[in-house]
Design a protein around this ligand. Structure first.
Ligand SMILES: Cc1cc2nc3c(=O)[nH]c(=O)nc-3n(C[C@H](O)[C@H](O)[C@H](O)COP(=O)(O)O)c2cc1C
Length: 357
């Protein structure tokens, strides 16, 4: 039986009610070095409703980095946006969560999924799945000091955690601590022997466990993440999975970054928006003042355009766009004309293909 698409409730900044959080929404995953403020500004042009995420920021960077603007500064337009924290000291987590709230974030998210060696040594990321009480303590400490939602992004397990019960107990601890939602990357992290990149592909996906968690914690917002390539595929998880219940939210990482134009349909497909889908040309027009502002503050063109390389993915000219920007946007003198030239090349290529038909 074909079910109608599920519609999510759009976030309203005016509302005091914080039941909305990224775990019951459509979100773009936190991605280190990728989802910085330029990337989020670009993504926001494509979807008004998708929840956006910062890269992971460690509590150490915020507390000792002596540069709050660098670590917490963000554009108003990226709201709703979650600040993702990495850390494990309850006092520091609470301090940083409070700062995040003061700096205008819509949610604080705790990273329990990162498998990198560097963070393991500091008790940050996926290794904390072996310390459920500590994670619960962190969540409780943050919940005690902020009014915005506190969520956790986690894996389904680490290393030799083979039993569903272990994941269940972990989530149970979070629920007891008052977590507002949990985003689950549906694969384990192997802390020894795999690089962070391999840890995003090699451990097999297990979507059933994420839906099973939803079955066992019906009151908790649960989002699914990992390997979702299209909005249609995402929509199926909002309908259920085999005989298991639907999850509340979806998080897309690499597919959203590499093919950002898929975000242009999110508002219509997930939030019931009746607005026309924004064209790629309009997105470019919207980006121009932002880019010019960045350039006039001594920024480099490439800082912004590197996140836009996938805009024409899958279209004739998509490769030309990518190549032109990659070859020219990093140059010190590169200005907005590089973007305009790249677009003209794409438009010519599209026209050439049309003429051949
Ligand atoms: C370049 C890159 C950086 C990432 N950095 C983070 C991070 O800072 N915090 C985090 O929780 N996950 C991080 N991830 C993992 C993603 O958030 C996501 O869980 C993972 O890519 C699986 O989702 P996907 O298959 O939709 O990409 C990163 C992924 C990539 C590709």
């Amino acid at each position: 039986m074909i079910k109608p698409p599920k519609t999510l409730e759009p976030y309203s900044k005016a509302s005091d009610d914080n039941h909305l959080n990224s775990a019951n929404q459509f979100s773009v995953a936190p991605m280190m070095d990728w989802t910085n403020r330029h990337c989020r500004y670009f993504h926001r042009q494509l979807s008004q409703n998708a929840w956006l995420y910062t890269e992971m920021v460690t509590t150490g960077a915020i507390i000792y980095g002596n540069n709050l603007e660098r670590f917490l500064g963000h554009d108003e337009s990226d709201i709703p946006v979650a600040l993702q924290l990495g850390g494990s000291g309850a006092k520091d987590m609470a301090t940083c969560a409070k700062l995040g709230e003061e700096w205008g974030y819509s949610e604080i998210n705790l990273n329990i999924g990162c498998p990198s060696d560097r963070v393991q040594n500091n008790m940050i990321g996926a290794c904390l799945m072996a310390h459920p009480e500590l994670v619960a303590e962190n969540v409780a400490a943050m919940k005690a000091v902020v009014d915005i939602p506190v969520t956790v992004k986690t894996r389904i397990g680490i290393d030799d955690q083979e039993e569903f019960d272990i994941l269940h107990q972990f989530i149970d601890g979070l629920a007891e601590a008052g977590v507002d939602g949990v985003i689950i990357h549906a694969r384990k992290a192997w802390l020894e022997g795999l690089s962070p990149k391999q840890n995003r592909d090699v451990p097999p996906l297990n979507y059933a466990w994420v839906h099973q968690i939803k079955a066992e914690f019906p009151q908790l917002s649960i989002a699914i993440n990992g390997g979702i390539k299209t909005l249609e595929q995402g929509q199926t998880h909002l309908q259920g999975y085999n005989d298991l219940p639907a999850v509340d939210g979806l998080m897309l990482g690499r597919s959203a970054y590499e093919q950002p134009y898929l975000l242009a349909e999110v508002d219509q497909q997930f939030y019931g928006s009746k607005h026309a889908i924004i064209s790629r040309e309009q997105v470019l027009e919207n980006m121009k003042p932002y880019i010019e502002d960045h350039l006039s503050n001594d920024g480099k063109l490439n800082h912004v355009t590197r996140h836009m390389l996938g805009l024409f993915h899958g279209l004739p000219g998509g490769r030309i766009w990518r190549r032109h920007l990659s070859e020219h946007a990093f140059k010190a003198e590169a200005g907005i004309e590089v973007v305009e030239q790249a677009y003209r090349l794409v438009a010519n290529e599209i026209q050439r293909m049309e003429d051949q038909k």
